[in-house]
Ligand binder design. Structure first.
Ligand code: SAM
Length: 314
């Protein structure tokens, strides 16, 4: 099975349009995944343009390299963290970029093939690390975090109503031994949700907790903040940053960072001169986040929660 068969790029048309691509552009795709966006970006910037394709998951990089073989002149692939954008560019002697794309989260390939315990529908080892050099795993979170800290991450990243009972049962279960597999964790979660709510809620009962643990293990929100800040620094004037998020906390970070860079004066209208000291450095291209249309959602249900925001540096 190749990556193309399993991962359908989300909001592809919109990403291509809003990145405002031109021949010769240098584009940083920090979430290469199945290379679905990358391939189409290359077509728009060829023959002289280049995509720097980055992914934390090494198997994803090697599979994408096969798919991108015929575009080898136009792509540089690197197994790294997008938050390290400045270091990556330095390593390959590139000072600035014309565009940056982040399509956050997981690819279908990682859910189906990585064997890292991302899916609550499989029985795999508790891991959930995007990359090998991340030193915290889902096993550590589930087996070592104190109850209060579990509750905090389940509430914050999973918005899970039953965070308290789930954390309590995890801690109880640990008394008789480690929780090693996704199946064990799913059982604990299911047994912590009162019967009458278990089957009434939308989605799988373990969905929110798995999401919360994954976000904690991979420090997803910290990486996003750093990539926006450092990415903005290396973006050329007129260059664009496009970010697709799938979680309300991520979308909130993108929105507030973009407003910060837009830097519109927030002084009361009756102030004769500006006192807030804000500095206009960017233009928000998508005042409202762009969502997939019903046709895309029916073709690719995974796109349902996607939100695209785009910023242009002045
Ligand atoms: C939703 S997929 C991207 C799919 C891709 N746009 C496509 O159309 O095929 C997200 C990818 O980002 C990678 N990823 C997540 N966090 C990362 C990070 N901090 N640095 C680099 N890659 C990351 C994941 O390993 C995954 O392959």
């Amino acid at each position: 099975m190749n990556l193309e068969e399993v991962h359908i790029p989300v909001l592809l048309k919109e990403v291509l349009k809003y990145l405002n691509l031109k021949q010769g552009n240098i584009i940083f795709d920090g979430t290469l995944g199945g290379a679905g966006h990358t391939v189409e970006i290359i077509k728009a910037i060829a023959p002289t343009g280049r995509v720097i394709g980055v992914d934390l998951h090494s198997q994803t990089i090697s599979t994408a390299a096969t798919k991108l073989k015929k575009y080898s002149e136009n792509v540089i692939l690197l197994n790294d963290n997008f938050a390290n954008i400045k270091g990556i560019l330095k390593k390959i002697n590139i000072d600035s970029i014309d565009g940056l794309l982040l399509d956050l989260g997981l690819s279908s390939f990682m859910i189906d093939k990585s064997e890292r315990g991302f899916s609550y529908l499989k029985d795999e080892k508790l891991d959930m690390r995007f990359g090998n050099d991340i030193n915290l795993s889902a096993f550590d979170v589930v087996n070592d975090y104190p109850q209060e800290k579990l509750i905090e991450i389940f509430r914050k990243y999973g918005e899970e109503r039953w965070s308290g009972p789930i954390a309590e049962n995890i801690v109880k279960y640990r008394e008789s031994g480690d929780i090693r597999s996704t199946k064990e964790l799913v059982e604990i979660i299911k047994n912590s949700i009162p019967l009458k709510f278990k089957y009434r809620r939308k989605g799988h009962p373990a969905k929110r907790i798995f999401q919360a643990i994954r976000m904690e293990v991979n420090r997803e929100l910290d990486n996003l903040r750093k990539a926006i800040d450092d990415g903005f620094e290396v973006l050329k004037s007129g260059g664009r940053m496009a970010i697709i998020s799938y979680h309300s906390l991520e979308d909130r970070i993108v929105k507030s960072k973009f407003l910060q860079y837009e830097g519109k004066c927030i002084c009361p209208p009756d102030f004769p001169v500006c006192r807030c000291g804000r500095n206009e450095r960017a233009r928000i291209i998508t005042r409202k986040a762009i969502k997939p249309d019903p046709e895309e959602i029916s073709r690719n249900p995974r796109s349902r929660s996607a939100r695209l925001r785009v910023l242009e540096k002045l």
